[in-house]
Design a protein around this ligand. Structure first.
Ligand SMILES: Cc1cc2nc3c(=O)[nH]c(=O)nc-3n(C[C@H](O)[C@H](O)[C@H](O)COP(=O)(O)OP(=O)(O)OC[C@H]3O[C@@H](n4cnc5c(N)ncnc54)[C@H](O)[C@@H]3O)c2cc1C
Ligand SMILES: *[C@@H]1O[C@H](CO)[C@@H](O)[C@H](O)[C@H]1NC(C)=O
Ligand SMILES: *[C@@H]1O[C@H](CO)[C@@H](O)[C@H](O)[C@H]1NC(C)=O
Ligand SMILES: *[C@@H]1O[C@H](CO)[C@@H](O)[C@H](O)[C@H]1NC(C)=O
Ligand SMILES: *[C@@H]1O[C@H](CO)[C@@H](O)[C@H](O)[C@H]1NC(C)=O
Length: 527
């Protein structure tokens, strides 16, 4: 055998061994479960043989695409009800070579909080039982346990501490932890910044099972956990969030316009006002474009008359009138944004039950820094949107507090100065995970994403970490057994741009052995 062939064979064997070094044998799975049984009450641990395993696994799954017979499922689910359970799970996992996936709200677009893409033995630490909000009336901060949803947080603030808000997202069942871990964008960020900008302290369990607060984890890691992606740096068990003032009455309006009613020109006018002249942080107009309509979702942190005065100057074409306005408390406005009506009681925001049903979906994202223009929107409607009842684009305006980068205080979210809006493309279908309907839904998404290329950012084509898309790239495990920093650039520079390297440096500090990882976690910066 020629020397180079021998070398290749030797390397292949070496890689085979190191690649498998972490795949535990059934013996270490057994000893992992054995270890758990000595430190965590058995009614909190669900193994695959448990009759409740499937229902616990599916309890917060958002996308039935990941409820199939071929989905790689966890060895067990640990439904931690105390921080010490999280610490124990990490210690047992580390000692026995079993990795953990952390789940808070379960909304991950690729299901990475409860499934693995590659066959691998892993356990899920589910934090849904670890939820609660500690706040005091009049105080501009709150400690929030990691398993809390945005809806639960809004309800706690609105009922106990009215006059304050947290700038979260529209969907009440999204977990606070995943939301902040990926940056967190929403209709209050133009006033107060993204979710990650509004964190004052946090408690994480690191890869040794130690519980660290901000002072103990250090500023680099504290910066990284506020938007550098979930799973990468440890398990966040609680956040101390900054709350901000909100007037007693805010105004919400949904305005639907069809193509016949001039939707194309309205969207074009809207995009040209975001950074000027409509850079009014109290006002946010988010737009959903789908099929042959545009829906303008307005939140104004004030009264209807002031909203109408503002719009009269800069966006009269929208044609909003006083009759369209819903003047509500902030909490009721959040319920309106989520449910789309003023009838559903605010207690509905506490409902964690998913209506997964037949809602198969895939999403991806873009950022726009230069207006698309009427001609672009017109072709987009003609060629793509009008051809699919089950596809949409959600346009989230930037500017305001999220647009100005005060690099001292801001978190890793990098899509700031100069960004007009984020696009989320979503494609839904019924009812298969991997059949004809799925193929059609995915083909549409790919087509519209391709169509938009000339209109969006490039080098990198920016993408939003919270709208996770594994098609943008996945980690490669190097010969050293660590996720490769260089291969990670492919996807990570799109999510994090110039902040990727700093995140990788924080990862090397927080978790140098890369215990916490998934297909798109931050790799440690090589020494
Ligand atoms: C219907 C819907 C609406 C959405 N709307 C918005 C929106 O308006 N704005 C926005 O920014 N995003 C939005 N998202 C995206 C959402 O923010 C992300 O999917 C987010 O990651 C979900 O958080 P989660 O806790 O529910 O998810 P999970 O699936 O539990 O977790 C997501 C990721 O974070 C990790 N993780 C979870 N908890 C922890 C923890 N405690 N410590 C460390 N890592 C953890 C997980 O391992 C996983 O990698 C939406 C998603 C859906 C499905
Ligand atoms: C999945 O498994 C269930 C139960 O084991 C079986 O009834 C079903 O036919 C399987 N589905 C597919 C698509 O293989
Ligand atoms: C909670 O939400 C689910 C899914 O949308 C719904 O089926 C259920 O009726 C809701 N429960 C309550 C009490 O409102
Ligand atoms: C911002 O950073 C600079 C340089 O590190 C420092 O001098 C300044 O005090 C910081 N400002 C705030 C508000 O933290
Ligand atoms: C989906 O189907 C394709 C071929 O049709 C196959 O290559 C792929 O492995 C399937 N994926 C899953 C998750 O079953």
């Amino acid at each position: 055998m020629a020397d180079h062939k021998k070398m290749a064979l030797a390397l292949a064997i070496l890689c085979f061994l190191c690649g498998n070094a972490f795949l535990p044998s059934s013996a270490s799975s057994d000893s992992f479960l054995q270890c758990l049984s000595t430190v965590i009450p058995s009614n909190l641990v669900f193994t695959q043989s448990s009759s409740s395993f499937t229902s616990v696994l599916q309890s917060s799954v958002q996308n039935p695409k990941f409820i199939t017979n071929t989905t790689v499922r966890p060895l067990c689910i640990i439904t931690a009800s105390d921080v010490s359970h999280v610490q124990s799970a990490v210690r047992c996992g580390r000692a026995n070579g079993v990795r953990l996936r952390v789940r808070s709200g379960g909304h991950d677009y690729e299901g990475l909080s409860y499934r693995s893409v590659q066959p691998e033995v892993f356990a899920v630490v589910d934090l849904a039982r670890l939820r609660g909000v500690q706040l005091n009336p009049g105080e501009a901060s709150a400690w929030v346990d990691a398993g809390t949803t945005l809806g639960e947080l809004y309800y706690a603030i609105g009922t106990t501490n009215p006059g304050f808000l947290f700038p979260g997202g529209a969907c009440a069942t999204v977990g606070v932890s995943g939301f902040i871990s990926g940056g967190g964008i929403g209709i209050m960020m133009r006033k107060y910044g993204v979710g990650g900008d509004n964190v004052l302290d946090a408690k994480i369990v690191n890869a040794n099972g130690d519980l660290l607060d901000r002072a103990a984890m250090g500023e680099d890691v504290f910066w990284a956990i506020r938007g550098g992606g979930g799973e990468s740096f440890g398990v966040v068990v609680a956040w101390r969030l900054k709350l901000s003032p909100v007037p007693p009455t805010v105004t919400v309006v949904n305005t639907l316009r069809t193509l016949d009613q001039g939707a194309v020109d309205l969207v074009a006018k809207w995009e040209s006002t975001i950074l000027s002249p409509l850079n009014v942080p109290d006002l946010t107009i988010r737009v959903v474009v789908q099929n042959t309509v545009a829906i303008f979702q307005t939140l104004y942190l004030g009264r209807c008359t002031d909203l109408l005065n503002t719009l009269r100057n800069v966006f009269p074409e929208l044609g909003m009138t006083a009759a369209d306005c819903n003047e509500l408390t902030w909490l009721r406005a959040m319920a309106f944004v989520y449910f789309g009506n003023t009838n559903t009681p605010v207690e509905g925001l506490l409902n964690r039950t998913n209506n997964v049903g037949d809602h198969y979906f895939k999403a991806t994202s873009d950022y726009v820094r230069r207006a698309v223009g009427s001609a672009g929107w017109s072709s987009l409607y003609q060629q793509w949107l009008s051809k699919n009842n089950n596809g949409q684009m959600i346009l989230e305006p930037h500017g305001g507090a999220v647009g100005g980068a005060n690099t001292n205080t801001t978190s890793p979210y990098p899509h700031r100065r100069g960004v007009l809006f984020n696009i989320q493309y979503g494609s839904n279908w019924c009812c298969d995970a991997n059949g004809t309907m799925a193929a059609a839904g995915l083909a549409w998404l790919k087509g519209i994403y391709g169509f938009m290329e000339p209109f969006v950012t490039s080098n990198p084509r920016e993408a939003f970490a919270n709208y996770r898309d594994l098609d943008l790239g996945q980690n490669v495990i190097g010969k050293d057994g660590l996720s490769s920093y260089w291969s990670g650039r492919v996807w990570a520079e799109r999510y994090f741009m110039g902040n990727y390297r700093r995140l990788a440096a924080a990862k090397a500090m927080a978790d140098p052995t890369d215990y916490f990882r998934n297909e798109q976690s931050i790799p440690p910066l090589p020494k």
